[in-house]
Ligand binder design. Sequence first.
Ligand SMILES: Nc1ncnc2c1ncn2[C@@H]1O[C@H](COP(=O)(O)OP(=O)(O)O)[C@@H](O)[C@H]1O
Ligand SMILES: [Mg+2]
Length: 261
Amino acid sequence: MLNIQDVAIKYAAQPQSIVKNFSLHVAPGEICGIVGESGSGKTSIIRAVLGCLPGGGRGTDGDILFENQSLLANTPEQWRCLRGSEISLIFQDAGAMLNPIRTIGSQFVEYIRTHQAMPKKQAYALGLKMLERMQLPDGANIMRSYPFQLSGGQRQRVGIAMGMVFQPKLLLADEPTSALDVTTQAQIVRQMLQLRKQYGTAIVIVTHNIGLAAYMADKIVVMKKGCIEEQGNREQLQKTQSAYTRALLDAVPSLEGERYV
Ligand SMILES: Nc1ncnc2c1ncn2[C@@H]1O[C@H](COP(=O)(O)OP(=O)(O)O)[C@@H](O)[C@H]1O
Ligand SMILES: [Mg+2]
């Protein structure tokens, strides 16, 4: 469904491409992890897929196909139809995209109604249902709250709930658990797996924690300085010949006392 073919990415301020020859194929319902040290180009790849590179960034080579259509030539109108409904993005800190002086409920309802015309009441009910799916049982209370009244884990669940409202075919998650404590991280990860099971959502998760990627992902891409160092499943990476991948593996903290790599 997502086919990234030999893509290079360049920012206006940098003379060289910061990502080169990046290719990735993601099948429906597949979970793919992109790992690598800070600055290796992970966020740039995610943003290139969604057509929202900052700083004059653009794809200079290759193609990005979503359901066999190139995304590179999309008009703003085509993006508006895709984002949020077919392809969703979850940030490291979903709280940061929430307006601090408005309740979760009013923002959630507005978000739903910008994507799909429906009465406020219906949008509210839909939002509430999604909060419950994300194990936020007292949804009505969450809806009444301001972002600062929620914990980081609760805010992140709200962000994922918003991202999943329209059951996108593809969820892009950039370090979605990095700002959270280990227990909350594990819960969020389980819920993302649950969403995949329920809706068949394909997920591309960017993380610097290769252990988390190994736990979640069917396929892992290891990035180093803008290039693919190697890719494979958990078993293949365990047998890696790459000193770089080995160092990432050795640095893995455990997820709730369990190690997956
Ligand atoms: N807005 C920008 N303008 C110029 N260069 C950028 C911009 N954003 C990121 N970069 C550069 O691109 C490279 C990769 O960054 P990034 O994709 O954020 O990596 P990662 O997410 O793996 O940490 C870095 O060298 C960074 O300096
Ligand atoms: Mg990043």
